[in-house]
Design a protein around this ligand. Structure first.
Ligand code: ADP
Length: 629
């Protein structure tokens, strides 16, 4: 996790770009074509007043795109709002914001571990890319018992664990232990919950050093789910040669922790002046080296893509609950997208393991350098600039509101649609004389409706089929989303590659908790809430026909009270009372296990979801018929 920083030094926003207070809006337009009376294309407007440490990279990106920046905000609405910390940095009612509500909460160490664990319960093999984790203090006894059991089962197992404070960042408060009894339970753990995790003892080394990978992932939309991965990332190196953990070296942070913020203080830290050397390099330079050693880089990319998609699938159910609470459906509000930083460790056997997800990955493109003892200066970092500016610029290209408008307009000019409209007009003008004419017009209007519903102009553009490309292809191909006619033709090809829905077919079966969340949201009732009351839970049971002689409504109430009380006693969120999504998921799993006894858990849950969805669809139909009647 990374801290939300202050605006970068020496980077005052450009005055001339400010909109004078009280004056009419400056034309946010740029001429198209060569001067004269050329048509003016409105420029995309971006409010960067809350961009904080990403400001400098954002400015460069906006300059490259020739978009209009409002560094002090704008009286009129902007197309895009760039926030440095969270969705709530400002109250936004339209346009697009570069943060999702609830993301910061979702990627905290404890919440992420819980979300992944739910998926591990359902799909243990698919989710084995996250180290076994326990939540402290509440699971301390479980941790002790499980470790003892595993040691009894395999006396040769000599594990190491890493303790990480929840909400900590830059390696702060992290320490390694060999035995559960070494946990510093006094004081700090009680007041500062943490995650204790199996330590990955055999990481892949380059130049005898441990390193991790920071990959940038764009969550472009939650519904429908759209995920992009940057083709290049950063590799951050330790500064002491790695040795497997022993009681003697456990405390050597420069050997075990790859955090840049820690290693920069080591005398061995090497500032990189090109992308292939030093303590921070591009990931592609590491891949080149691995490939020259004969490693299967394609397989590695496909494993990384799979890790990213699965992690986001674990996060989306709760994100949707936050989303409907902050941006209720049917009310005007912004749409969201977000760049996430995935921290990944490669094991010796090249298996990628997820360490954490950052909601605010550092977008700084400079680093502090000690010129002489005690004298520091910010100097540009070419490695950071190369990777980060491309990620921000191409994120903006992908969410470009005008590209969407152009697509919609193109859609209306699509020959198929124009032809359809023309024929329909002729039919209407000539009058619908007979049954055959009427039938023909009906067919035409249905066809037109269908084309228009396609919306994203699929009749014009080739929309790739899900899974058209094998997963192993890696994100090295041509970027998505840029048509040859695009006015951005002068820019490099997109550094972000779509991986979802592209590979949806391979991963959709994992999205069970998403469907449970949809049931939860349906019964939330009051807009803006994130917790289900007892009445909502009873209605869910009744409407889905889950109560019977073996499971009375009194048992339903007991189940609700038991689970809700437990979750509320361990959560930090005491603002609202009621059942949170995780508690509902637990109750749902309980019900599924009760109803479909002998199946594996994921089949039990899938069967119960089908059962509930079937009864709710029948109910909706009945209501529709009654309403018509
Ligand atoms: P922070 O948010 O404080 O940076 P991280 O979870 O990223 O916390 O952990 C910090 C560093 O510790 C990582 O960059 C990595 O080098 C190391 N690390 C974290 N978890 C593990 C683990 N399970 N196994 C091995 N190393 C780990």
């Amino acid at each position: 996790m990374e801290p939300a920083g202050a605006p970068p030094r020496g980077c005052a926003p450009a005055r001339e770009a400010e909109e004078p207070p009280g004056s009419p809006a400056l034309p946010a337009e740029e001429p198209q074509g060569g001067g004269g009376r050329a048509a003016r294309r409105p420029r995309v407007t971006v409010d960067s007043s809350k961009a904080k440490t990403s400001l400098e990279a954002l400015k460069i990106s906006l300059r490259q795109l020739r978009w209009r920046e409002f560094p002090f905000g704008r009286r009129l609405p902007c197309d895009i709002y760039w926030h440095g910390v969270s969705f709530h940095d400002n109250d936004i009612f339209s346009g697009q914001v570069n943060k999702f509500p609830g993301m910061t909460e979702m990627v905290r160490k404890i919440t992420l571990s819980r979300a992944v664990r739910t998926m591990q319960d359902l799909f243990p093999l698919e989710y084995n890319f996250y180290p076994r984790s326990w939540i402290l203090p509440e699971e301390f006894s479980l941790f002790v018992d499980e470790v003892r059991m595993m040691k009894d089962g395999d006396p040769s197992w000599k594990p190491t664990f890493i303790v990480k404070p929840d909400g900590g960042c830059q390696g702060d408060g992290i320490y390694l232990i060999k035995d559960p009894s070494d946990i510093r339970l006094t004081g700090s753990i009680q007041s500062r919950p943490a995650v204790v995790q199996e330590y990955i003892c055999k990481p892949l080394l380059v130049d005898k050093l441990k390193f991790d990978i920071r990959l940038y992932v764009l969550l472009k939309s939650l519904e429908p789910l759209e995920i992009y991965i940057a083709k290049d990332g950063l590799s951050r190196f330790c500064t002491e040669p790695y040795q497997e953990p022993t009681l003697k070296n456990l405390h050597q942070v420069f050997m075990h922790l790859t955090n840049y913020s820690l290693n920069i203080h080591s005398g061995n830290f090497i500032h990189s002046d090109n992308v292939n050397t030093g303590s921070k390099r591009t990931f592609s330079s590491i891949l080149c080296r691995l490939s020259s050693r004969g490693a299967d880089v394609k397989k590695l990319w496909s494993d990384i893509i799979s890790l990213v998609i699965k992690t986001i699938i674990a996060l989306t159910p709760e994100l949707k609950v936050y989303y409907q609470s902050d941006i209720p459906a049917g009310k005007p509000g912004p749409t969201c997208f977000q760049i996430l930083g995935f921290d990944i460790l490669l094991m010796k056997n090249l298996k990628p393991m997820l360490l954490e997800v950052n909601a605010n990955p550092s977008m700084r493109i400079e680093h502090e350098q000690e010129l002489s003892p005690g004298v520091f200066e910010n100097v540009p970092s070419p490695v950071d600039e190369e990777v980060k500016v491309a990620v921000i610029r191409d994120t903006l290209r992908l969410v470009d509101p005008q590209k969407k408008k152009r697509k919609d307009t193109q859609c209306l000019l699509d020959p198929a649609i124009v032809d359809c409209k023309l024929q329909l007009k002729i039919q209407i003008e000539h009058g619908m004389k007979d049954k055959q004419h009427k039938h023909h017009s009906l067919k035409l209007s249905l066809k037109l409706k269908f084309y228009l519903k396609l919306g994203s102009c699929q009749t014009l553009e080739h929309v790739p089929e899900a899974s058209e490309e094998p997963l192993g292809a890696g994100p090295a191909g041509r970027g998505d989303g840029d048509t040859p006619r695009s006015p951005e033709a002068g820019l490099p090809s997109l550094c972000l590659k779509q991986v979802f829905p592209k590979y949806a077919k391979q991963f959709n079966y994992l999205r069970l908790v998403d469907r449970v969340a949809a049931l939860f949201i349906r019964f939330l009732g009051v807009k803006g809430t994130t917790k289900l009351g007892p009445t909502g839970f009873r209605t869910f049971i009744r409407n889905c026909k889950l109560s019977n002689s073996n499971f009375s409504m009194a048992s339903v109430d007991i189940l609700y009270i038991d689970i809700t009380r437990r979750w509320n006693s361990m959560g930090n969120d005491h603002k609202e009372s009621g059942m949170c999504l995780q508690a509902f998921v637990e109750a749902f799993f309980c019900l599924a296990q009760k109803k479909y006894k002998s199946l594996p858990l994921h089949e039990q849950v899938a069967s119960l979801i089908d059962f509930c969805e079937y009864h709710l669809a029948a109910l909706d139909e009945k209501r529709l018929v009654c309403g018509r009647g």
